[in-house]
Design a protein around this ligand. Structure first.
Ligand SMILES: C[S@@+](CC[C@H](N)C(=O)[O-])C[C@H]1O[C@@H](n2cnc3c(N)ncnc32)[C@H](O)[C@@H]1O
Length: 247
């Protein structure tokens, strides 16, 4: 859980709803940074992309929304009749989700999830939150944990970007550096910043469909469907491998 000085995204959301903010900063450990639009993580279904709508259409049963933010997916799915648990390590994001009507929003990091929190029928990781799997070593461990958290016909619906499709020379340089140090190309070390708040540095993963196929191997999951966009963003729908037993 983030403390008040670390809750950069949460404060940005609070200021956004007060009409005082439009962007927050995502900073990479090589000094590269970008201003991210907050509205993208707040807008309702009417403004979602085809990719985002298609992802929502794959969801079934009881839902875990990992890194729910302001709760745009949780709230949409709750309205559709799903039982939804939204978790986020940002206390202010959880506060906002609750204020907007999310009945079960919990301040919790992805690493704090335990099998007792389940079972869920769908785990969603939207807004590029497949990235919360962190890095090549942590991702398989989390996939195994998600296996224990989900029902027999459980699904993971997760958004990411294919790092190989970027045209940004800074991203390409960072990916070359990653390869040279034995990391997955799309492994980034980031923090979010807003005014004087900064999250701790954390690992975040962008992965191609081929890379994802390798990461899920042996974890009890397999790719059921890839929903593509006309850019690098895509949504992976993962299902359980028949016969695999949770460890
Ligand atoms: C870019 S926002 C996406 C929010 C939401 N999924 C959406 O699509 O609108 C990323 C969210 O993940 C949360 N987050 C980042 N690291 C986390 C972690 N380790 N555990 C739980 N939530 C985390 C952030 O606080 C933020 O709310």
């Amino acid at each position: 859980m983030l403390n008040r000085d670390q809750d950069a995204f949460g404060y940005a959301l609070i200021d956004y709803f007060a009409g005082n903010a439009t962007h927050y900063i995502v900073e990479r450990d090589d000094g590269y940074f970008e201003a991210e639009e907050i509205a993208r993580y707040v807008d309702g279904y009417a403004k979602w992309s085809t990719l985002e709508r298609e992802a929502a259409a794959r969801v079934r049963g009881r839902v875990l929304d990992v890194g729910c933010g302001a709760g745009r997916y949780s709230l949409h799915l709750q309205k559709k009749g799903h039982r939804v648990v939204g978790i986020d390590w940002s206390p202010l994001a959880v506060q906002i989700s609750r204020q907007h009507g999310l009945r079960d929003a919990r301040v919790m990091g992805v690493a704090d999830l335990r099998p007792g929190h389940g079972p869920f029928d769908t785990i969603i990781m939207m807004g590029n939150n497949l990235g919360l799997l962190g890095n090549g070593r942590r991702a398989p461990r989390l996939f195994r944990r998600f296996h224990r958290l989900t029902s027999d016909d459980g699904l993971i619906v997760a958004e990411t970007m294919d790092p190989g499709l970027t045209r940004n020379p800074s991203h390409k340089r960072y990916q070359r550096l990653n390869r040279s140090r034995g990391r997955l190309p799309g492994h980034v070390r980031l923090r979010a910043r807003y005014k004087e708040c900064a999250t701790p540095w954390f690992d975040y993963l962008f992965v191609s469909p081929a890379g994802l196929r390798k990461l899920v191997a042996g974890t009890g999951w397999r790719i059921r469907e890839l929903i593509r966009s006309d850019g690098p963003s895509y949504v992976a729908v993962l299902e359980k491998t028949p016969g695999h037993r949770s460890e």
